[in-house]
Design a protein around this ligand. Structure first.
Ligand code: CMP
Length: 138
């Protein structure tokens, strides 16, 4: 089991001014930031990041949304990071997210769901490598 995961605070949350509150909830839950950047993806970059969803009907909407404004990308560390972070953020659709989770607190819809969290240790490495060089993490 790896102790790292990858997250993005998405454009809906950064534009509504939720970045600080979301980071506060993440850090209070015991995660340590190992890398972080404030960045705006191009449509091409958003499409590459979500390449696994290219055949899905919502792919175009997802790419438009994820390239619509700045995001915060980060690598987080904690024991059992992937599973614990997914519990902290709640279900993909905020309508189904548990009380107190980040998506319940800050997300509006399944498309604009405030945060991303890696779904496996393998994807956490791939996604972290997409954004960060060795020099940008510690
Ligand atoms: P995320 O965890 O970042 O990974 C893939 C994203 O696709 C997901 O969050 C949602 O934001 C988005 N997504 C998944 N299902 C749908 C859907 N049915 N309609 C629109 N967006 C979706």
């Amino acid at each position: 089991m790896s102790n790292r995961t990858f997250t993005m605070i998405k454009p809906d949350a950064t534009s509504k001014g939720y970045t600080g509150a979301i980071l506060d909830q993440i850090i209070k839950a015991g995660f340590t930031v190992k890398a972080m950047k404030w960045i705006k993806l191009s449509e091409e970059q958003a499409g590459l990041f979500y390449d696994i969803h290219r055949a899905r009907p919502f792919f175009g909407e997802l790419v438009d949304f994820m390239s619509s404004g700045p995001i915060v990308a980060a690598i987080l560390e904690k024991e059992n990071a992937v599973a614990d972070f997914r519990e902290l953020i709640g279900a993909t659709n905020p309508a189904n997210a548990a009380e107190g989770t980040i998506r319940k607190n800050f997300a509006a819809s399944i498309g604009e769901n405030a945060v991303h969290g890696s779904d496996s240790d393998e994807n956490a490495v791939i996604e972290g490598d997409f954004f960060f060089s060795k020099l940008e993490r510690f």
